[in-house]
Design a protein around this ligand. Structure first.
Ligand SMILES: CC(C)(COP(=O)(O)OP(=O)(O)OC[C@H]1O[C@@H](n2cnc3c(N)ncnc32)[C@H](O)[C@@H]1OP(=O)(O)O)[C@@H](O)C(=O)NCCC(=O)NCCS
Length: 194
């Protein structure tokens, strides 16, 4: 039998990994294998059904999700970090750099699409993912990490505020859910303090 092609990953060396259980791992993905793509789609679907927080209100078709994740791998400004439990992809986060023309913002990156499938929550996977993104951004000389989140994402708000992200603004018409405007909270973290 032919072994399925593995994802090409960059191992992460961070103190946060030491706190993870031995069956858990966070990696930076350079190339996504088919089995990992399917696990990632599955984790995304389960997280959207559980309340999402990263854009979708209902899960798109599997083909649509596959296209989304394949697209992420093609965008030079984006880096994908995945979290595994027993080898299965259970969550992810992205580091997004400013486009080259945006010289005035060249020291600020964005953390986005941070989620962990409901079955894997509460074991430190999101923390390890966030630490990996913060450290990668600092290694690339970014001094600030930005993010935004719907005001209704209570777990994410507690999580990011616990990680030292400072809320600097509230956007009253940030997202529309079921025909109602939902506010969004905007945060930044000074990476010089990481
Ligand atoms: C927010 C989320 C990523 C946390 O994932 P997780 O793997 O359970 O988080 P961890 O186990 O790594 O917890 C990390 C920290 O966050 C805190 N935290 C996590 N969920 C929390 C909750 N529901 N309420 C309060 N604190 C919470 C933990 O107590 C922990 O604190 P510590 O570092 O001081 O010990 C997860 O709940 C999720 O995917 N939510 C939906 C997606 C979302 O809203 N994403 C934000 C938009 S980008």
């Amino acid at each position: 039998m032919v072994e399925p092609k593995k994802s090409k990953v960059k191992p992460i060396s961070t103190g946060a990994l030491k706190e993870l259980a031995p069956n858990m791992l966070v990696e930076r993905v350079m190339e996504l294998s088919e089995p990992d793509l399917q696990d990632l789609c599955e984790a995304t679907e389960k997280s959207i059904v559980a309340g999402g927080g990263f854009g979708w209100l209902v899960p798109p078709s599997r083909g649509g999700l596959e296209n989304y994740w394949r697209g992420v791998m093609l965008v030079p400004e984006r880096s994908l970090f995945i979290g595994r439990v027993d080898g299965v992809v259970a969550g992810s986060t992205q580091l997004v750099r400013p486009t080259r023309n945006n010289e005035v913002r060249s020291r600020a990156a964005t953390l986005t699409m941070n989620f962990v499938a409901p079955w894997a929550r509460g074991h430190g996977l999101a923390r390890a993912l966030a630490v990996a993104v913060e450290e990668a951004a600092a290694d690339e000389n970014f001094q600030v990490l930005n993010l935004d989140v719907r005001e209704t994402q209570e777990a994410a708000i507690a999580f990011f505020e616990g990680r030292g992200f400072e809320r600097w603004g509230v956007h009253p018409r940030y997202a529309m859910v079921d025909g109602e405007w939902i506010a969004g909270f905007h945060y930044f973290k000074d990476l010089n303090k990481v």
